[in-house]
Write a protein that binds this ligand. Sequence first.
Ligand code: ATP
Ligand code: MG
Length: 598
Amino acid sequence: MFNLLKIYNKILDLILKYKDLNIVSFKRTSYLIFIIILVMLFDALSIISVMPLIQYIQAGQDIDQFIKANNYGQYLVDVSSFLSIPFTLLNLSIVLFLFVSMRQFFNIFEVWETDKTRLQIAKNLSINCFKNIMLSKATFIRSLKQGQFTALCETEVTNTSLLYKIFLQFISVGIQIIAYATVMFYVAPLMTGMAVLLIIILIFSMMTFVKKTHIAGDLVVTLRKRFYNFVSENFSLWRLFKFGSLVNTEVKQIENLAQDYADKQLDIIKYSIISRFFIAVVAMFLCITFLNLSVNIFNFDFAKITLFSLIFIRLIPLGTRLNGSINGIVAYAPSLYVIREILRDSVLHKEELEKGIDFKGINKSIEFKDVSFSYDKSKSNIILKNINLTIPSNKITAIIGRSGGGKSTLIDLLPRIISPDSGKIYIDGKNIEDYSLASIRNKISFVSQDTILFDGTVRENITYYIPNADEDEVIEAAKLSGAHDFIEKFSKKYNYNIGEKGFKLSGGQKQRLILARAFLSKPKILILDEATSSLDYNSELHVKKAINKFTKLNNCTVIIIAHRNTTIENADLAVLIGDGKIIDRGDSSKVLSKYLGS
Ligand code: ATP
Ligand code: MG
């Protein structure tokens, strides 16, 4: 019971606390509960209207007899004369038919409206998970895995929406049971009191199964995350297994994982079946016992026995549904918990994109002042140590140094993918935190060590940041990066599909395409992190010239990180970084020789 209350609070939270996310409104939930109550009302009315029908037949269709035999008879006859409807068997049957039809109508309407809301919740949660995670800081995004992200945006949100639906079902079944119990209590208080007591005892004895289901539900969510992570990571590593002939080892692993995942899901079904069986048997036993009691001890008349039997027949499936919905709620609740946790954390880690002044470009310089940084915020593994560095505007600055020295980390500080633990970075004397993140990132083009391409045409990949670019501009950018020549050789030229992550291209072709994308967006800061490492000598020479031209034409500040001397030679300034510190800076040939000699 405690668990149900906790879950109920979390669902309410999702509706009320996360109102801004527009997942489902309180109004919509109240509307659904209202329809459920209408179903209940007509259900109760149709059951209750059976009694006068039978008693009227028992009275030989004689109105006086009927009034005499039943205390409510006079009232019914008065109502029918007030409505000018003759009190006949046919009319009583029509009333019953109408109530049953209304019940069916509202029932179907309720199913339609609830499922519509359920799908809307799943959709809204999915969008919100995707959006909030994407809008959060890099540190938070990096803490998630691809499979976990897929599971969140699909299965966990679907389960959470099912949980909402099951909860409504729980409320509906609960109200029905209370309504029937009230009718029964009115007709036979003592017997109903005994039955209710026995049912309460039965519910409490089911709690062990409920707890077990909850634990299994928790494990299912954890195993699903692991399973999705495994599948998505392995798919991207297929070459690794093929070359080592290790496919079978991976298959063995997925066999174990899939087995665990299936076992835990089966556990939930097992607990649900056992408790369903238990409830059905006990309910039948109660039914027969009370039927006998009602005839032999309480001396019920035929109409009362029929009413009781009807209610009992309705109560047995309701009891099983109540039990089923309790099991469903506790089994799906862990999905809701994960979604809430992710929504809460992503909101906490949200990046403020628009706040701050508009960044238009650099007039003088970028300055790092006493900047220190560590990934795990520990004093023992400091990656950047008190960096003081000035990068002049509209010039080419090369950053060199041994692998793992902190070059890429230093550069990630500029678009504020990460922030310094101490120290500040200034652009033209203004702290970069005063500029709006969106405007800074719009003016920075970043060509990194990972070639980031997507499944689409050459043109779509080049124009990703500038979707409305003219054909001439696209070709000019492709010519500058040296991509135009090989694009022209493709069957569909700029409409050629490059495949997922650009797998149909060579390493050098990928880099040139990303360079074309960077050139097209006309950035004020161009960062090239090992961006030409896959190019042959001539292609690199071409790109180097292009960068020189681009820098002058567009007033662009270029930062190049590279290991090859050929890449760095024509830089205006070189900075040597080692072990998180600046070792030397100045003329590129001087710094380069120091680097090569070190
Ligand atoms: P390379 O020339 O090989 O690209 P680099 O100079 O760019 O090297 P960085 O990528 O900045 O080096 O890495 C500096 C240090 O920070 C390395 O020791 C690396 O292990 C660590 N590091 C980098 N990225 C992360 C991360 N996301 N989490 C934790 N540690 C990291
Ligand atoms: Mg690097």
